[in-house]
Design a protein. Structure first.
Length: 249
């Protein structure tokens, strides 16, 4: 039987990560180190984390739908674009760790943060897809899908930047699509980790229960408080993640 203290820790960490993941992103930068700390190797931790992400995003999608935020046809189209990259990324993920890439990613995170928090003067009335769609959304979704299948950590930030700027969506709808997309492409990634024996189901399910709890309330808060609260959490989450990637602490 698994250590009860480990399971309680995973639920608590999962709650925090689920809340952060839906509101902004970067929750996996908390859960992966905890899973490794509990004795899982990097590939096993990566695969186990995918179980939690699926459970988390089922909760988030349901919560968004209850708040009358859902556009499933568009979410499915965007999700389909990520699938090829996610499958390739998950296959490559069996051997990962590139310090230089992490440092580059940290700089990218800061750049994304700046572009998201700056007001969009050209289109102040960003709404549910009323803005023009950039053709760059197609390669962007494929590339982010690869990264999500490969590492996952911080992928929410990349989706937020792409959906915000390439589809001209408000941040609530950005998050609405984001959780659906991640839910869809995580399935083939999880299958690959499962087939290679890189999933701890007990840890994954307990972590997922925490993620789901945090995600549920994150949706409620973001819908009721609007973009201001999302921007606040987004800036904080990205600064912390960039600092960790740059080895500031």
């Amino acid at each position: 039987m698994e250590n009860i203290s480990h399971l309680l820790l995973l639920f608590g960490v999962g709650t925090l990560a689920g809340f952060i993941n839906v509101m902004a992103g970067g929750g996996s930068s908390i859960t992966l180190p905890i899973l490794i700390f509990l004795g899982l190797d990097s590939a096993l931790a990566n695969g186990t984390n995918r179980v939690a992400l699926i459970i988390q995003n089922i909760s988030a999608i349901t919560s968004f739908k209850q708040e009358k935020y859902s556009q499933f046809p568009q979410s499915l189209k965007l999700s389909a674009l990520t699938l090829p990259g996610a499958v390739i990324g998950a296959i490559v993920a069996t051997r990962i760790d590139n310090l230089l890439f992490q440092k580059i990613l940290a700089v990218v995170m800061i750049g994304i943060m700046i572009t998201i928090v700056m007001p969009d003067r050209k289109n102040k009335a960003i709404s549910a897809g009323s803005g023009r769609q950039s053709p760059w959304i197609y390669p962007a979704m494929m590339a982010i899908g690869f990264y999500g299948g490969f590492i996952q950590v911080g992928v929410g930030f990349l989706f937020m930047a792409a959906l915000r700027h390439l589809l001209s969506l408000d941040l609530i709808r950005v998050n609405m699509h984001k959780v659906f997309i991640i839910f869809v492409y995580t399935w083939p990634a999880l299958l690959i980790f499962f087939l290679t024996g890189n999933v701890n189901w007990v840890y994954g399910l307990v972590l997922g229960a925490g993620n789901a709890f945090g995600a549920w309330w994150s949706v409620k808060l973001s819908v009721r408080r609007g973009e201001k609260i999302i921007r606040l959490f987004l800036v904080l989450a990205m600064l912390i993640m960039a600092a960790k990637l740059l080895r500031v602490f």
